[in-house]
Ligand binder design. Structure first.
Ligand SMILES: Cc1ncc(COP(=O)(O)O)c(C=O)c1O
Length: 401
């Protein structure tokens, strides 16, 4: 991985202050660029939401606001508060995710958020009763656990037994009940297949199956229209550095053709994107504290581990990795370092799960250098085990242009 010049100079500037260095460096320019790109290329009716679970840092929310995103996908009350603090209105929030508490739903209903995406019948009834108490109506989408999945995706959200949404096979029991709840305005469907998908055809195939399901529902239930269709997130990024970024233009063209084929021109289509918008905006940087050989393999021990950057261990993948040479003096003669070899990177935690990367080829590295992991802007710090062993949190440094 080539570290951009301005990122490397920011790292050097902060790392040379004499303290052990652990930080995320953020540059939100790619997020703004990508939102603008989607607004330009997507067919009419497509609305882009930022899935803030990817990175809830205020700089990301501000960048999304500046780029004029349609709104924010939230999955907790904490996220709702952060989005509002950043300047989004409740009417720009869509709320997904299983297990929404009574307090969370109350806030949503009282503040008239845009849509709540219902994940179960219990949730539908809870919202109905809240709306009755405050004599209001709430727009909802129904999240379906579709009977299909994308097999090679990093994480799947539909197909098989899942905690997300209502099984497609149970639709004929669940939908009439939901339609009978008079305080809920049924606006359409939410079907999120998978995250981290690089193959455009796979995601488009998912769109087609959702369009088929929409047609079936509208034929079967007279007077019911799905005027909002939410495809969730899913655009992948090139963690393995194969030169295969998600081809957004091909997706936009395929979706436009499909909308035409199904005569769905008057509908709204929602994309709730996290990874594709945020990943390129972050680098996790951590000082190399120790290097040693264990049974023939080099172990590189860094100041931060899964307490700061859990994603590589959780997903069993390597992120693009580079080293910034800091020219630190040697501690003793014979001190080990890395020269053109494949090594293991771990953190300081007392668990062998504390892995940052494995079998990653490194040209050269020494104790005191900074290991830099790229594409760390999405699902970085917010997905990490920050409390384990009570180490200090890494800094979050935002680069301004
Ligand atoms: C409901 C929902 N929407 C959107 C996203 C964002 O997905 P991605 O980061 O793949 O774009 C997620 C991620 O888990 C999600 O659960």
């Amino acid at each position: 991985m080539q570290i951009p010049h301005h990122i490397e100079s920011t790292i050097r500037q902060h790392a040379e202050k004499g303290k052990t260095f652990n930080a995320y460096i953020y540059d939100t320019a790619p997020l703004k660029r990508r939102i603008s790109c989607l607004k330009r290329i997507m067919p009419q009716g497509v609305e882009v939401f930022y899935a803030m679970k990817a990175n809830p840092h205020p700089a990301f929310l501000n960048a999304a606001l500046e780029a004029d995103v349609t709104g924010i996908e939230i999955a907790s009350l904490g996220e709702a508060h952060k989005a509002v603090a950043a300047g989004f209105t409740p009417s720009q929030l869509i709320y997904t995710g299983p297990g929404k508490s009574l307090e969370e739903l109350t806030w949503c209903v009282e503040n008239h958020i845009r849509t709540i995406h219902i994940e179960s019948l219990a949730e539908a009834h809870r919202i109905q009763s809240l709306c009755e108490q405050s004599n209001t109506q709430q727009d909802i989408l129904l999240r379906i656990n579709a009977n299909f999945d994308i097999h090679d995706a990093q994480t799947t959200f539909s197909g098989g037994s899942k905690k997300f949404g209502i099984d497609e096979e149970q639709l004929d029991v669940a939908l009439p009940q939901i339609l009978a709840l008079n305080k809920l305005n049924f606006r359409g469907l939410h079907v999120y297949a998978a995250s981290g998908v690089l193959n455009v055809d796979d995601l488009l195939h998912n769109c087609k199956l959702v369009f088929d399901l929409t047609q079936r529902i509208e034929t079967q239930y007279q007077g019911v229209t799905c005027d909002i269709i939410d495809f969730g997130g899913g655009f992948g990024v090139d963690y393995l550095e194969k030169g295969t970024d998600f081809a957004a233009q091909a997706y936009a063209d395929g979706l436009a053709a499909m909308i035409q084929d199904y005569s769905f021109q008057n509908r709204h289509f929602v994309l709730e994107l996290g990874r594709w918008l945020a990943a390129e905006c972050g680098w996790f940087c951590t000082e190399i504290i120790d290097i040693k050989t264990s049974r023939g393999k080099k172990q590189v021990i860094c100041a931060g581990g899964i307490n700061h950057f859990r994603r590589p261990a959780a997903l069993a993948i390597n992120h693009p990795t580079s080293i910034i040479n800091m020219n630190k003096p040697k501690l003793f003669d014979g001190q080990e370092s890395i020269h053109q070899e494949k090594v293991y990177f771990g953190g300081p935690l007392c668990t062998s799960a504390d892995k940052l990367a494995n079998d990653v080829y490194i040209e050269e590295a020494h104790i005191g250098d900074i290991a830099v992991f790229g594409l760390a802007g999405a699902y970085g710090l917010s997905m990490s085990n920050t409390g384990f062993l009570s180490h200090a949190l890494p800094q979050e440094i935002v680069v301004t242009h």
